[in-house]
Write a new protein. Structure first.
Length: 323
């Protein structure tokens, strides 16, 4: 049987939407999008032996973070485990058939699968035939419907998808990103070593500004992995991941390594951008070869800033507006 591709996404979307209990008195309008393409998708749900299900693809959450973010992950898993023990598994996981006969690969629902394994229960699974790109997109949709990834989790997830050989278009579809949004994530993972990120944690309450500031500190060589570990190792082990990131940046600032302080750049001749602790200023010479450009920019700058701000807020409003 051929695996479904991105063109068959509507089927995956409705499967996800229907995977949780619905009120009995709720009726679906016949005109609802993708309804016809998805009729009967829940008939693919089976009870499987957890030992027949193998891991697959990039992890959408970083298991190593539980040690420094236990309030979000450890306790949450115990609550999930207790719920399945008392009331049964309400939401199926999504799997696809593996290359080995009789085995399956998990697309999403690792925590539910682990809970069923520990409880010695069969796991309810929706079995679909999906290609890699559609499987990744299904993971992204499921995350959006369940609990948003933190900004740093998105960055790491995007990096793993890219390392697996998927193109930029697929990464953007999976995480619902604009081109600039993906660029922001890439800047973080390209400059902050993964093991430093592991020591900090997912930082669910910390958005792009703080992670970008740390990335800039690494890019400008004002901090490195060794000095970061030295700072993090002295922190209270009970601190949340958000507090760990905050403390690390505070220590960098106190050492005079604030990445955004006192920078000056000349992207093109005649244009100077100065970035200080409290403001960003740009100056453009109106004379000589820059005169025409300066006049054009004077007319268009307001629109450029508005468009850039719209792109900024579209990346992840909840993350990007946090300090």
């Amino acid at each position: 049987m051929a695996r479904k591709s991105l063109q068959d996404l509507s089927g995956i979307a409705k499967t996800i939407a229907n995977s949780s209990p619905q009120p009995k008195d709720r009726t679906t309008k016949p005109t609802a999008p993708a309804l016809g393409a998805l009729q009967g998708s829940l008939s693919a749900i089976r009870e499987l032996d957890p030992s027949l299900i193998d891991d697959w693809g990039p992890k959408d959450r970083l298991d190593g973070f539980t040690a420094v973010n236990s309030e979000d992950d450890g306790d949450g898993f115990e609550t999930l485990r207790s719920s399945i023990k008392d009331d049964g598994q309400q939401v199926p996981i999504l799997v696809r058939r593996a290359g080995t006969e009789g085995r399956f690969e998990i697309i999403y629902g690792r925590r539910r699968l682990q809970a069923c394994r520990e409880l010695g229960l069969k796991v309810r699974a929706n079995v679909q035939d999906l290609d890699d790109a559609t499987a990744l997109l299904a993971k992204g949709l499921e995350n959006a419907a369940r609990r948003n990834l933190s900004f740093y989790e998105k960055a790491r997830f995007a990096a793993v998808i890219r390392a697996a050989g998927h193109d930029t278009k697929t990464i953007r579809q999976v995480l619902s990103l604009s081109a600039s949004g993906l660029s922001h994530l890439t800047k973080v993972t390209d400059n902050i070593p993964d093991d430093v990120g592991d020591q900090i944690g997912a930082a669910p309450k910390s958005g792009r500004p703080k992670w970008t500031a740390l990335a800039e500190a690494f890019a400008s060589k004002k901090v490195n992995a060794a000095s970061s570990f030295a700072i993090l190792s002295k922190l209270n082990a009970e601190l949340s991941s958000d507090d760990r990131l905050e403390q690390l940046m505070r220590e960098i600032t106190q050492r005079g390594a604030r990445p955004s302080e006192g920078r000056e750049a000349t992207p093109v001749p005649g244009v100077t951008i100065k970035s200080g602790r409290g403001s960003i200023a740009m100056s453009i010479k109106r004379a000589g070869e820059n005169a025409a450009f300066a006049e054009w920019l004077d007319r268009e700058l307001e629109g450029i800033i508005k468009k850039s701000y719209q792109e900024f807020t579209a990346v992840n409003p909840a993350d990007d507006t946090r300090g």
